[in-house]
Design a protein around this ligand. Structure first.
Ligand code: UDP
Length: 312
């Protein structure tokens, strides 16, 4: 039975990954400081092969048993969290990644870095292939997340090239689904929460900026395929279906049958104007393709909240 350690394992993506790995028969060590993760996300994982470790990755990690995989997901992934805790974001990306890589090296485990489409910044190439180096403002408010992830990628490649650690890097595009925090601050949970509460839907800017939304089950399947491949260079995982934020809001209103009105608020500094993954590499290397379109994914998300999507 392989043993996997998942940093950030009590978070949105981390908890889904832990669940999927347990389903594959892995023993899973879930490490989380519970800053943005929550025990509620993992309380259903009562399994002999599941262990929770309350720990902050920016402190050294000591594990006594052998490990086959180190999945490093710990991060403050939502803009409201990294804007609230900028130094913590930088420390998790730098010290945290250093500790997780050091652990993988010591255990001779495959290291898997959860990187992000944010490494492309406000992209001047569209859609974004992995060969694009990005357009990031290092000193802007998003820099504390974007640069931490860019540094984490550089560190991962250096451990691979100089120290021979078996590493993988996934660039995760916007993902949504059950277990996103109600107060996560990102577009999907905000709009769903606002629509269900019949409160105004807050669009930042004019809503013409685009994102491409991947349902969590598709994403986790791609992550595990990449972790189990022999690939070392970054691979985009995301759903290429691209929508304006206004279209997203309209879809949520339609599916919830809400009477919420749209209100327009200021666009955050350095908010990317467009984003869509080029998934050619994921298709070729992993045979991976997302299967769940936005409409269906939103229906499943609403169902997880006990709401019947409107028939409209
Ligand atoms: N956004 C919005 N209203 C909200 C939350 C987000 O209009 O209540 C916008 C945000 O400005 C961005 C897009 O939705 O253009 C996606 O934001 P999110 O925080 O979900 O993810 P990211 O910016 O990291 O892609």
């Amino acid at each position: 039975m392989p043993t996997s350690l998942v940093t950030g394992g009590a978070g949105f993506l981390g908890s889904h990954l832990c669940e999927a790995l347990l389903g594959k028969g892995h023993r899973v060590l879930c490490l989380d400081n519970l800053e943005t993760g929550s025990l509620a996300n993992i309380e259903h994982l009562r399994d002999d092969g599941f262990v929770f470790l309350h720990h902050d990755v920016s402190e050294a990690i000591r594990i006594d048993e052998s490990l086959d995989f180190v999945y490093h997901l710990a991060a403050l992934a939502s803009p409201i969290d990294y804007l609230r805790l900028p130094l913590h974001s930088l420390k998790t990306g730098s010290y945290g990644t250093h500790h997780a890589l050091g652990l993988a090296k010591w255990k001779r485990a495959r290291f898997f870095l959860a990187s992000t489409s944010e490494v492309y910044g406000d992209p001047e190439v569209h859609p974004q292939p992995e060969t694009y180096w990005g357009n990031v403002n290092p000193i802007g408010p998003r820099g504390v997340y974007d640069e931490a992830k860019r540094y984490a990628e550089a560190l991962t490649m250096a451990y691979h090239r100089q120290q021979g650690v078996d590493t993988a890097v996934v660039r995760i595009f916007n993902t949504y689904g059950p277990r996103m925090r109600e107060n996560d601050g990102r577009a999907v949970p905000n709009f769903v929460g606002q629509a269900l509460a019949e409160k105004p839907i807050t669009i930042y800017g004019d809503g013409s900026q685009t994102r491409s939304f991947c349902y969590v089950d598709d994403l986790i399947r791609g992550l595990i395929l990449l972790a189990e491949s022999g690939e070392h260079l970054p691979v985009n995982i995301g759903n290429p279906g691209e929508f304006t934020i206004l279209e997203l809001a309209e879809n949520v209103i339609r599916l919830t049958g809400s009477s919420s009105q749209i209100v327009y608020e200021a666009l955050p500094v350095d908010d990317p104007q467009v984003r869509q993954p080029d998934i050619t590499r994921a298709r070729q290397l992993l045979g991976w393709e997302p299967e769940i379109a936005l409409d269906e994914g939103l229906r499943r998300t609403l169902a997880s909240l006990g709401r019947d999507p409107a028939r409209a």
